[in-house]
Design a protein around this ligand. Structure first.
Ligand SMILES: Cc1cc2nc3c(=O)[nH]c(=O)nc-3n(C[C@H](O)[C@H](O)[C@H](O)COP(=O)(O)OP(=O)(O)OC[C@H]3O[C@@H](n4cnc5c(N)ncnc54)[C@H](O)[C@@H]3O)c2cc1C
Length: 336
């Protein structure tokens, strides 16, 4: 072990909702914690992006709140103008093309001025290091050592790993951490569906009905959101999410062809059709949502030193599930 290596109680990989939730709880309990993320920003799949003056949420679109802990966080964010209720439900276009209007359901929250406002709030005061890609996690003399694509390694007494599970397993394999075979089989079985997010700036306001979010039961598109009606974009700007079937079938296709197909399928909601699009950008989410999940809120892959896996794959494919899983990982570590 490098005697000059930076050293912490806990190293967290991933500054998405799970990693930040774990880090927050550990810091509140007095631990020294560092969080690494390979991205330029934080939030992971809670993602907001700008094209000129237009603003898009292109990962998670909204979230629900069921637990008290997350409820308190969202209530504080709301008091500070960083979260708001978008709607109590969204219309759905069924397979026959008929519009089903929503009943008055539970609140669907969103971040203000975008989804990243929530992870940014959670990260306040934490030691979060971005553009830091971990390439291997290994055990050395009862310590965890994290190696990066560039720069010196760091060490910690414990680690919480929150990237999508296949990526986490790659890090452990690269570090030679052998997982007990039955647990490894259960982790290998976790699968994710991909998703394209097409962001399009429009010349005119979209033709989506209020409140500006629409689920589609059939066809290449699963969801369209109007970021202007949502209240986050000053310009007309829509986010189109492809359906799981379309995403799998076209995942390796040329982006321009994928974008053209999605725009053609969304034509009805765009004034002037494809000609009404001023600017566009396509994002590919390889691990958008877990489809086969783990049956516990965390997975312990090493006890000495403790290495814990957390994230939405451990509770359910939702923002709040990631928060719950991260908090459970922190509790497990704190129990000693
Ligand atoms: C298109 C889309 C739409 C969605 N819509 C909704 C929705 O409307 N409502 C809802 O509740 N949920 C939705 N979700 C799911 C929700 O976004 C996730 O459940 C949640 O954000 C997952 O959080 P996480 O912390 O588990 O993972 P992530 O947010 O993926 O965080 C993992 C982090 O690990 C980092 N990382 C990965 N590898 C490394 C490495 N080697 N080194 C350093 N860092 C690394 C990544 O950069 C990332 O920031 C959606 C997701 C997508 C993609």
């Amino acid at each position: 072990m490098d005697p000059a290596a930076e050293s912490f109680d806990v190293a967290v990989v991933g500054a998405g909702m799970a990693g930040l939730s774990a880090a927050r709880a550990l810091v509140d309990a007095g631990q020294s914690v560092v969080v690494f993320d390979k991205g330029r920003g934080i939030g992971g799949r809670m993602a907001t992006r700008r094209l000129g003056a237009a603003v898009f949420d292109h990962g998670a679109q909204y979230f629900s709140v069921r637990s008290r802990g997350f409820g308190d966080l969202v209530a504080e964010a709301s008091d500070n103008g960083q979260a708001a209720i978008w709607s109590h439900g969204f219309p759905m276009l069924d397979a026959s093309g008929a519009m089903e209007l929503p009943g008055e359901g539970h609140p669907r929250w969103c971040g203000r001025p975008g989804m990243t406002a929530i992870p940014k709030r959670m990260a306040a005061g934490l030691d979060v290091r971005t553009a830091a890609r971990v390439v291997a996690v290994r055990r050395e003399s009862a310590r965890v050592v994290l190696r990066f694509d560039e720069g010196p390694s760091i060490e910690a007494s414990a680690a919480v790993l929150t990237p999508p599970v296949p990526q986490t397993l790659d890090l452990l394999d690269a570090g030679g951490v052998v997982i007990e075979p039955a647990e490894r089989t259960r982790l290998d079985a976790i699968d994710y569906e991909p998703c394209f997010a097409l962001m399009a700036v429009l010349a005119q306001p979209s033709k989506l009905p209020p409140p500006g979010g629409l689920s589609l039961e059939a066809g290449p598109i699963a969801w369209i959101a109007d970021n202007q009606q949502k209240g986050i974009s000053p310009l007309p700007a829509i986010t189109i999410h492809s359906s799981p079937g379309f995403s799998r079938e076209h995942f390796d296709d040329e982006p321009a062809g994928v974008a053209a197909q999605l725009l053609a399928a969304a034509e009805r909601w765009i004034e002037g059709g494809a000609a009404g699009v001023v600017e566009q950008s396509l994002q590919r989410w390889k691990f958008a949502r877990p489809v086969l999940m783990f049956d516990a809120p965390l997975a312990v892959v090493s006890r000495e030193p403790p290495i814990v896996l957390a994230g939405d794959a451990f509770v359910g494919q939702r923002v709040e599930a990631a928060v719950t899983s991260g908090a459970a990982a922190a509790r497990w570590l704190l129990r000693g």
